[in-house]
Design a protein around this ligand. Structure first.
Ligand code: ADP
Length: 768
């Protein structure tokens, strides 16, 4: 392969025979290649221009190139390599091949025979060149001195083209066209076009000079450019664009002030030179202003019956939530007052917050906009960046409005409990301005600069936890809570909503696939762990996908009944098993109750005791608040040891270890107080606590039991684990109304105000 020459690929200039060029490289491939050429005898290489720009590969290489010689190579201080290459002659390249990072090729000299009429072309070309040099101001006459030694049309063409100021793309054909007469024709065309351009330019300039004062001059010079572009066949894009934009602007329904501003910007845009860096920025601004829905409303339905029908058909149960929404809409309709508070749907993931908001929009006949503000810490995300900022954009509110395309969409703001505050500002307070009916008819985004009326927008926020919604926002919001679904509710949702919907999406019917309750329950219990039904929906979709495949692949089976066995076959082994209470009652283990984003579950707390000096050891990655609960529980027991029949020396001679095993996550919060207390008393008194009991409640040093959150979820979890009796704080008794009847009939609830009531109840039987 060494006998073949290395190929130098040039992408931005053409090197002609008898022509010397200087090139600088920083590309390491080219550098390496030049190093090799520098070492070989004669320093020869083949120079080619790829047929299509940018694509490199044997197929993009041309049939003709130039044999070149490296005349000089020097490394310059900026890390680049400067070389001088001389073009020797046009050659035909017979085959290219790859050699590591480089290409090599075989070549053959091209014989160029000049016929008689070549002489005529020679003479005409010299004349044309003369004329060209005289008329074209930017063409020097250095070329003339080189004409002397030239006596073939071939060499003349190569010489002239190497001087001619034409584009790289146009120059390439002068290498690959072998016939010198054809090249001479090309040259005359190219020079003529240039000449016409120059004449036109001079003509207009002369007129401008004659007739115009300075301000008009600018206008006419612009006209001149347009004319020239037209002459050259290049349509003036910006010009026709300005025309198009003017038409659009005239149709906008914005107020006069805004329109004036848009027109002013358009004017600026029109007057700027296309190369100015501002052009793009103004164009983008115009784009925003033109596409914002200024005063473009959809008409609300006033038919609340229809609204209810749509909400009912899209969402199972959630009666209270739907009622509240209907009330809200009714009041709004009745008073035509839009200043009612903003709805905020709060609840764990997948319980239908977003989809309910979308259904509200649909039922009202409004468009939807949806943004998430989770994780944002910069107020510019809400109100935009000023236009002077590089890469500026409007904030998410304006972005959402543009996407919705109307002035009165239902605007869903997801995760308002997940914003953070830092040095870049407080997004919550910006959001407050957006939501405040007193101010939001004049909402001003920093990028848009003009006021936009948000007062007709129906905002619906969503959040996972009420407590984490920034305080100032909470005040503005009408909080509507959606809680976790029980297994039975999930079953109903699956049967009445998810399965029919997924069947349709997969092009299936109930004549082809059916799923009994037991199978759905298995999906709910063992393949998902969630408060809502999103994962369940995904699992059903996944099952149906696989069924569709089966139906298509095995033509003899036309119906599938999905049962537990089939679920395991299609979805693999069970993914989750819930904490189930063991059958045996034990000393030092008591069931607490946890509430996480996955819903509720039981949380057994264990304690042991061994010889020591009275230390308290806590494990199970407990949060600060839960650790405090352990100390409070222990001290409460110590100070009331007698009441609990505990001999006090047990505290001095033993270390106590409390552990909360894995299983339910999020082990923080005060609500395990009563459970820890019970666990310790069981340990100290060596008495067993029944496994079918669970409890929740914060404890104080005096033994008072305080209220807790998430009772419904906790109870649902406990019920699933087979719990029969639950102690709850008095304060939470009101929450029992929310607990589904099917659970209430299985569990006995005992509400307590003081821990002694739990003690009496749990340990009484053994006392008897
Ligand atoms: P969130 O916004 O609360 O996280 P989504 O609105 O995204 O939850 O709901 C997830 C999926 O569950 C959606 O497909 C939704 O239609 C479905 N879904 C949730 N709750 C219900 C319900 N009560 N009835 C019918 N489908 C529901």
């Amino acid at each position: 392969m060494e006998d073949k020459l290395l190929v130098l690929i040039v992408n931005d200039m053409v090197i002609f025979p008898n022509n010397e060029v200087r090139i600088e490289y920083d590309n390491s491939y080219d550098k390496q290649m030049i190093e090799i050429v520098d070492k070989i005898e004669d320093n020869l290489m083949l120079i080619v221009n790829p047929i299509e720009d940018g694509s490199i590969g044997v197929t993009s290489f041309p049939k003709y190139g130039v044999l070149g010689r490296l005349k000089l190579k020097m490394n310059v201080p900026n890390g680049k390599t400067r070389i001088v290459i001389e073009g020797i002659e046009r050659v035909e390249i017979s085959s290219y091949m790859e050699d590591g990072n480089f290409y090599r090729a075989d070549y053959r000299k091209v014989d160029i025979l000049e016929e008689d009429d070549a002489k005529d072309y020679f003479n005409i070309l010299v004349k044309s060149l003369d004329n060209y040099i005289v008329k074209v101001p930017y063409m020097g006459n250095a070329i003339m001195s080189q004409l002397n030694g030239i006596d073939t049309l071939n060499d003349l063409c190569d010489l002239i083209v190497s001087f001619l100021p034409i584009k790289y793309e146009d120059k390439k054909k002068y290498i690959t066209t072998i016939d010198p007469i054809q090249r001479a024709k090309y040259l005359m065309e190219d020079m003529n076009r240039d000449l016409k351009f120059v004449e036109l330019e001079q003509k207009i300039e002369a007129e401008v000079e004659k007739e115009l004062n300075d301000t008009q001059k600018e206008y006419f010079l612009r006209e001149k450019i347009k004319l020239m572009q037209k002459e050259l066949g290049e349509a003036n894009n910006k010009d026709s664009e300005v025309e198009r934009l003017t038409k659009k602007i005239s149709k906008l329904k914005c107020n006069a002030k805004v329109k004036e501003k848009i027109k002013r910007e358009l004017n600026r845009y029109d007057n700027l030179n296309s190369n100015s860096p501002e052009v793009g920025m103004i164009r983008e601004y115009l784009d925003w202003m033109i596409h914002l829905p200024w005063n473009h409303y959809t008409k609300d339905t006033n038919d609340l019956v229809r609204v209810k029908r749509i909400l009912d058909s899209s969402h199972y149960a959630l009666e209270e939530v739907k009622d509240r929404i209907l009330e809200y809409l009714a009041v709004k309709q009745n008073t035509n007052n839009l200043r009612s508070p903003i709805i905020c749907l709060v609840g764990p993931p997948g319980v239908g917050k977003t989809s309910l908001a979308i259904s509200i929009a649909k039922s009202l006949n409004r468009k939807t906009a949806k943004i998430s503000v989770g994780g944002i810490n910069d107020e510019a995300e809400i109100v935009g960046h000023r236009r002077t900022y590089i890469g500026a954009n409007p904030g998410r509110i304006i972005q959402g409005i543009r996407k919705a395309g109307t002035t009165n969409p239902v605007f869903i703001i997801d995760e308002i409990d997940k914003m953070t505050k830092d040095i870049k500002g407080d997004p919550a307070s910006s959001l407050l301005e957006v939501l405040d009916p007193e101010q939001n008819n004049k909402f001003s985004d920093h990028y848009i600069e003009e006021e936009f009326d948000l007062s007709q927008v129906m905002f619906i926020a969503t959040a996972n936890y009420v407590e984490q919604i920034p305080y100032e926002l909470r005040d503005r919001l009408e909080i509507i809570e959606l809680s976790s679904y029980t297994e039975y509710e999930k079953l109903d949702i699956a049967k009445n909503h998810l399965i029919p919907r997924e069947l349709e999406e997969h092009g299936l019917t109930s004549l082809q696939v059916q799923m009994d309750d037991e199978a759905i329950m298995t999906l709910i219990r063992n393949y998902t762990k969630e408060a809502g039904v999103r994962e369940l929906e995904r699992m059903i979709a996944s099952l149906f996908r696989k069924i569709v495949k089966k139906l298509l692949l095995t033509s003899d089976v036309a119906f599938y009944q999905i049962d537990n066995e089939m679920i395991e076959e299609l979805l693999g082994k069970k993914k989750f098993t819930y904490m189930e209470t063991s059958q045996e009652d034990e000393v030092g283990v008591v069931n607490g109750m946890a509430y996480t984003v996955f819903g509720g579950d039981i949380l057994p707390i264990e304690a042991t005791l061994f010889k020591g000096k009275g230390d308290l050891i806590l494990t199970g990655s407990l949060g600060d608040v839960m650790q405090e609960s352990c100390h409070i529980a222990l001290n409460y027991i110590k100070s009331n040891a007698e009441q609990f029949h505990i001999t006090t020396d047990i505290f001095e001679n033993h270390d106590i270890h409390i552990h909360v095993p894995e299983g339910a996550v999020n082990k923080d919060g005060p609500s395990a107080g009563v459970t820890i207390t019970t666990t310790l008393i069981s340990l100290f008194t060596n008495r067993k606590v029944p496994k079918k009991i669970a409890m929740t409640g914060e404890i104080t040093l005096r033994g008072r039991v305080l209220g807790i959150g998430g009772l419904k979820e906790k109870v649902i979890g406990a019920h699933r684990a087979g719990i029969k009796q639950v102690f709850i704080p008095d304060e939470n008794e009101k929450d029992l109304d929310d607990i589904p009847e099917e659970i209430k009939k299985d569990i006995r609830f005992i509400s307590v105000n003081n821990y002694s009531e739990i003690f009496q109840s749990v340990f009484r039987e053994e006392d008897d």
